[in-house]
Design a protein. Structure first.
Length: 331
């Protein structure tokens, strides 16, 4: 092999041989280390996924590179629950491998120290190291993280959320939580906000937040999702449920009217156009029945004015019929 190399005089990044010759790191992972290592301080708080997108590492390629960097000790993450029950993630990126204990110690020191009091990086090799001389890199996991989101300033995000209705806010939370169900549906804050209105239509049509999340993450393509934004947008449009049917109108409450039945004057509240209250209507129906079937009418001379029921009268008739042959035989 013929070899010829000219060292650049400006705009270059020093890459350690341990990184370049690492056998367990793919080319995407190595390029990502060198890219982040050369970032200015002003961009150190951006998410690692945002940096990867800028150099064309997206989707499954990014997830594979990130997994390799975590196994090799170049990336460390901690999930924690903040105020309001929101889950967030702290992410530390280094151009030198760190153990979990070293990363935790560095995280604690950086959380307490001022920018001018930062301690040197663990394993620093004389040049600027991403291990500790740079701020931690936060990866956006939910809204209202301790550091401002990379896509929208904190003040603008607060105004935007305040100007939306509750369904849009809940829909945006569901879209941001898709990354926890599957890394293939990792949406940024701006992407989730752009789809929140479409997702809010599902909630307005009676779909619960858990049902919406299930509809978006279930049945993913076997060959993976190329674009999380395009895939989620396609499902929100194609699987939109039917709108809720309007509730039946409530019948108006009718005012009380005077009952036209016999007895003392009284009023009742009708359900339709009836002119008799329920007791008077029942009494009128019994009178009409007894007028048609006088046999079953109560005896006015009886001590009891209770009407004779048909079952009792039927038993009496049977008893009379059974008694007649016995009296005839006796005579």
């Amino acid at each position: 092999m013929l070899w010829h190399a000219i060292s650049p005089s400006r705009a270059y990044v020093k890459a350690a041989h341990d990184v370049v010759r690492h056998s367990n790191l793919s080319s995407d992972a190595k390029v990502l280390i060198m890219y982040v290592q050369g970032l200015p301080e002003s961009r150190a708080n951006e998410a690692l996924s945002d940096h990867a997108k800028r150099i064309g590492i997206k989707g499954r390629a990014y997830q594979r590179a990130k997994s390799q960097l975590k196994e090799a000790g170049y990336v460390h993450e901690w999930r924690w629950q903040g105020q309001g029950g929101l889950w967030m993630t702290d992410q530390l990126f280094s151009n030198v491998p760190l153990t979990d204990e070293e990363a935790r110690g560095l995280r604690g020191a950086k959380a307490q120290a001022e920018p001018a009091d930062r301690s040197p990086a663990v394993g620093q090799a004389g040049t600027r190291s991403v291990g500790a001389s740079q701020p931690e890199v936060e990866e956006e996991r939910e809204k209202n993280t301790p550091h401002p989101p990379t896509e929208v300033p904190a003040a603008d995000a607060a105004e935007s959320v305040a100007a939306t209705d509750p369904e849009v806010v809940q829909a945006e939370r569901v879209l941001l939580s898709l990354r926890h169900a599957t890394p293939q549906l990792h949406l940024g804050v701006r992407e989730a906000r752009g789809l929140s209105e479409m997702a809010a239509d599902w909630l307005r049509r009676g779909v619960k937040a858990a049902e919406l999340r299930t509809a978006l993450v279930s049945g993913l393509p076997a060959d993976g999702v190329r674009s999380a934004f395009g895939f989620v947008r396609h499902r929100l449009v194609r699987k939109l449920p039917e709108p809720l049917e309007p509730a039946p109108p409530v019948a108006p409450v009718r005012p009380p009217v005077r009952c036209e039945g016999d007895g003392p004057e009284h009023v009742f509240r009708p359900r339709a156009d009836e002119t008799l209250c329920r007791p008077c209507a029942q009494r009128a129906a019994e009178e009409a029945h007894y007028a048609k079937w006088p046999l079953y009418a109560p005896d006015p001379d009886s001590e009891f004015q209770e009407p004779v029921r048909w079952r009792e009268r039927f038993k009496e008739v049977l008893a009379e019929d059974a008694a007649r042959p016995a009296s005839a035989a006796a005579g």
